[in-house]
Design a protein around this ligand. Structure first.
Ligand code: ATR
Length: 281
């Protein structure tokens, strides 16, 4: 069989997903292709989706701005995608189009890979900074994974409360503003930066200061352009362990590929290779 896979979104011409999935196809010894199917605002979204459906592609990723817009076109939603309210992976299986969200699980897989002990201690206290779509997926996956304390700090409190509603009874969540979060930083074992603050071309900004971060803590930044953000630099200078954003990209893709092909491919050295690609940009 030959897998026909791809990505919809806008703008996506510089997406790293074709590089990642074509490597996965080779690793899994599968025949197939992964294409860029850009849908711009002048196109009819319905017509474009109908074309993909008629072609009976095996699956596709969905990115900005269509992660919610795709939902009414699907027959089924995976429970996590349903809770999160956004889809980044669609698969055609048994005559049905089913939507998943692999972002949060991808983040947790990347953390587990680099820091397995931190992931097995469910009493580790977690702070998520930001309350957008990425924060929502990550919060859901961490709560489902059994972490007992996941706080959310955001500029706009109401957005953080919306995410806290996803919580399950075994997870406690406090909502903080950014000033409160900065003061409480020493109390967290894992800090996850999910806003776009610090992304090129504004790489000199940080959403909050990490001057008082705990030395043994882990600090993640989901921004990967630049790969070493100012936030991660501050974390390292203050003795924390750092976790790069591009690894989440690889592991969310690994889970999507597993959904499409039933093959679990290993990431091996792809994180180092992707780091080189990103540093060359
Ligand atoms: P995504 O879906 O990629 O996560 P998003 O939905 O645009 O992106 O979410 C952006 C997050 O970054 C939000 O939490 C936003 O805060 P608000 O909820 O207050 O809007 C946060 N954010 C963006 N720019 C920010 C800034 N300059 N300072 C603080 N937070 C910021």
């Amino acid at each position: 069989m030959k897998y026909t896979l791809g990505l919809i979104g806008f703008p996506i011409k510089h997406s790293l997903s074709p590089w990642i999935h074509e490597r996965f196809l080779k690793k899994a010894n599968l025949n197939g292709s992964y294409s860029i199917w850009e849908i711009n605002s002048n196109d009819s979204f319905t017509e474009k989706i109908e074309v993909l459906k008629k072609r009976q592609v095996n699956g596709f990723n969905v990115t900005v701005p269509y992660k919610q817009k795709i939902i009414p076109y699907l027959d089924e939603l995976d429970p996590a995608a349903n809770r999160i309210g956004a889809v980044n992976t669609v698969v055609y299986q048994n005559g049905k189009w089913k939507g998943y969200n692999t972002d949060g699980v991808g983040y947790v897989r990347s953390l587990e890979h680099k820091f397995p002990e931190a992931c097995s201690s469910k009493n580790n206290r977690i702070l998520i900074v930001g309350a957008g779509g990425a924060a929502r997926g990550i919060y859901d996956a961490l709560a489902q994974n059994g972490f007992r304390q996941i706080d959310i700090a955001n500029r706009t409190a109401v957005n953080a409360y919306e995410i806290a509603k996803l919580g399950i009874t075994s997870t406690k969540t406090n909502v903080l503003n950014l000033e409160e979060a900065q003061k409480s930083i020493p109390g967290y074992d894992i800090v996850i930066q999910t806003t776009s603050v610090g992304m090129k071309p504004k790489q000199n900004s940080v959403v909050l200061s990490l001057d008082h971060v705990k030395e043994t803590s882990i600090v993640s930044d989901i921004v990967y352009q630049p790969i070493r953000t100012k936030f991660l630099n501050q974390a390292e200078v203050n003795g924390a362990f750092i976790h790069y954003g591009h690894t989440m990209l690889l592991y969310q893709a690994q889970y999507a590929f597993e959904i499409w092909t039933n093959s679990l491919v290993s990431i091996d050295h792809m994180d180092d290779e992707l780091q080189l690609i990103l540093e060359g940009r």
